[in-house]
Design a protein around this ligand. Structure first.
Ligand code: ADP
Ligand code: MG
Length: 648
């Protein structure tokens, strides 16, 4: 243990940020707002909270560090607890949706920005915090942007209470904004021209190689490139940027399959995935050195772009894509889209290869397509559905959301559309005030439509099933369908398939899984992803707990009257409905878009009068996933205000 502590101390002192320790402490002590810019891996996220703690800035409240991603919050808290030398949950903790390890004693708390927004509901001046560090500011997620405005106003309110009202019981709030990209002026301007501090990092040159031809399948291209690097290049690990869990897992399998054919004299190539739904031991693996003579290939989402720095990377494979929340302003549908990254993201990604030595970055796209990328990522607030944001704002007392101090103001039309949808969900009344339903929805740990489903399920007495289906929808998919065994997998799935669609198919699968007590062999034979299933059970447990806490009985069941639960989904997802057309296509009721049922759906190729779906994903066309059949007569009941308006 002592040797480990020594190692950690050495590591801390070797980080580029260490030389700036004193000046950072001084600046934060002397200023209300500070902006810190530093190369990824320089030590901002893990060190600055510790410096401030060591300097006594946690004497009157906790130091909070917000993160856009849960994985990052967990991982960083664990690391910093280790460096501080106390078990996780004592001096250092984390708090993310459905999982809180922090305690009253926590002096450093890593949290998602969503959780901090929720805390605002019960602690409007965030009095438990002395310092709030807004990390990864360059990502400009919706939540970070709202937090910016809220925290800025809280700081002002607290200082007014101290200076104007002479309140002795209130302490001032310090704000630190941290970013990995250089365009920090905007943050500084917004926070009263705060001082910007630049932390220089170490960077070695990275050679960029583009493909000559556009690649039709970047997963396949990444596979080939990984093996080329492994066989031809110097030692050093590979980092592949992919868009999500599904892709990561499919590449992981492919690598394992191909590795069998490597000549005996070539060492192993070990895939190491990282994504949110993993257990922590697996996540920690990406930080452990590969055994001698072998090479790791880390398969990551853009978590590895700036949030988490993985050591020993010399090769980066950049697919040029990421998943981002998109919002189609014309039809008003929100969805997760696989989209091209920005130039600034591409540069961040390639930079990951040059942290410890000169590196190589393989961009799986042509130079021409790089030139066509946007310069910077467009702030999420300009692209996405604002409803959760508006609910949070209203619930924290911001009535006139159109006048909120946004860093980038969302479009008026987007705001109005969201207000309209919230009104249709009965979250807002005729005057735009939060209703009782709206207040409940704002407190729910799920997005407004899901919250509405749960509230409706209380009325219809089927909360058990509603919770189960929502939990099942919280993972990408509970099924596995390896490309080599697709037919077998499809056949296995038939057993669970409900003719009424995916919601009940998922439920059937869960029931079968539970009757087999989650047996792993059974899962394998039936192509059920047991890891995802365990995650589903986790989420279910959390939702049950939440419902109990707010007085909804989570055990109320509709028995076999499944229509009832589908109607509840319709109450939340009435905007995600489509009608069968004479030409056998489906047209969405809102926006009149032609949508195609995804091949993975149990309704693929089926003709039903009307359907409700969980999400819309645009790849080559508008695919809908999580699809169930409904009767068109149910539609007007589900949201009379909405359909009344739209058809008028
Ligand atoms: P920044 O926020 O400036 O990007 P961080 O503070 O996240 O930098 O990381 C500083 C260093 O700590 C990096 O070199 C990284 O490799 C190391 N590090 C962070 N988390 C872990 C971990 N869980 N295990 C081992 N090393 C870690
Ligand atoms: Mg960081």
């Amino acid at each position: 243990i002592i040797a480990r502590a020594k190692d950690l101390r050495k590591h801390r002192q070797s980080l580029p940020i260490h030389t700036a320790r004193e000046i950072i402490i001084q600046e934060v002590k002397n200023n209300a707002c500070v902006v810190i810019v530093g190369e990824t891996g320089s030590g901002k996220t893990t060190q600055i909270p510790q410096y401030l703690l060591e300097a006594g800035l946690a004497a009157h409240g906790t130091i909070a560090i917000t993160q856009p991603r849960r994985v990052a919050a967990i991982n960083l808290a664990r690391r910093v607890a280790d460096e501080v030398g106390t078990p996780l949950g004592q001096k250092v903790g984390y708090s993310i949706r459905f999982d809180d390890t922090s305690s009253k004693d926590s002096m450093i708390k890593y949290m998602t920005d969503g959780i901090m927004l929720r805390e605002l509901l019960s602690d409007p001046l965030l009095l438990r915090y002395s310092v709030i560090i807004l990390d990864e500011a360059h990502e400009r997620t919706l939540r970070t942007d709202i937090l910016f405005g809220m925290v800025k106003s809280i700081q002002k309110q607290r200082s007014d209470m101290i200076e104007k009202d002479g309140r002795k019981d209130i302490r001032p709030l310090k704000i630190v904004v941290m970013s990995a990209t250089l365009d920090a002026e905007k943050f500084s301007e917004y926070f009263y021209n705060a001082k910007i501090m630049y932390i220089s990092g170490r960077m070695y040159p990275v050679t960029i190689l583009n493909t000559v031809e556009p690649q039709s399948d970047y997963v396949d291209a990444a596979l080939v490139t990984s093996f080329q690097i492994h066989q031809d290049e110097q030692p050093g690990d590979i980092l592949v940027f992919l868009t999500g869990q599904e892709e990561i897992e499919s590449l992981e399998k492919l690598i394992e399959e191909y590795a069998v054919d490597l000549p005996a004299q070539v060492g192993k190539l070990i895939p190491c995935p990282i994504f949110a739904a993993q257990d922590s031991a697996t996540q920690q693996k990406i930080f452990e050195p590969a055994p001698l003579g072998t090479r790791k290939v880390i398969l990551a989402t853009n978590i590895a772009e700036t949030s988490i720095t993985i050591p020993n990377i010399r090769y980066v494979i950049d697919t040029g894509c990421h998943k981002s929340r998109g919002y189609n302003a014309k039809i008003g549908i929100e969805s997760l889209l696989v989209e091209p990254i920005s130039k600034s993201s591409a540069r961040q990604r390639s930079g990951r290869a040059g942290r410890e030595a000169p590196g190589l970055c393989f961009r799986l796209y042509t130079e021409d397509s790089f030139d066509l990328l946007d310069e910077d990522t467009v702030p999420e607030i300009k692209r996405c559905n604002l409803e959760s944001a508006i609910l949070s704002l209203k619930a924290t007392g911001v009535d006139d959301v159109t006048r909120f101090d946004f860093m980038d103001r969302p479009s008026k039309s987007g705001m109005l559309r969201s207000l309209e949808h919230l009104y249709a969900l009965e979250a807002l009344d005729d005057e735009g005030k939060l209703t009782e339903i709206g207040k409940k929805m704002a407190a729910f740990p799920v997005d407004p439509p899901y919250a509405k489903v749960l509230l409706q399920s209380e009325k219809m007495e089927c909360t058990k099933e509603a919770i189960e289906i929502i939990s099942l929808l919280s993972v990408d998919t509970i099924f596995s369908s390896p490309s080599s065994k697709r037919e077998e997998a499809n056949e296995a799935r038939q057993k669970f398939t409900s003719i009424d669609g995916d919601h009940l198919t998922l439920l059937n699968t869960l029931r079968a899984y539970e009757s087999m007590k989650g047996d792993r062999d059974w899962c394998r034979e039936n192509f059920i992803n047991s890891r995802h299933m365990r995650h589903v059970l986790d989420v279910r447990a959390q939702l049950i707990q939440f419902c109990e806490r707010i007085g909804i009985n989570p055990k109320k069941s509709c028995g076999h009257e499944y229509d009832i639960v589908i109607k509840c989904f319709l109450a939340g997802f009435f905007a995600n409905t489509a009608l069968l057309q004479p030409d056998a296509t489906y047209k969405s009721i809102v926006g009149g878009l032609t949508v195609s049922i995804h091949p993975s759906s149990s309704l693929f190729g089926k003709k039903r009068e009307a359907i409700v779906y969980n999400e819309l994903v645009f790849t080559t066309k508008h695919y809908i996933r999580g699809v169930s059949a409904v009767e068109s007569a149910w539609l007007s009941h589900a949201a009379p205000k909405y359909f009344g308006q739209r058809h008028a």
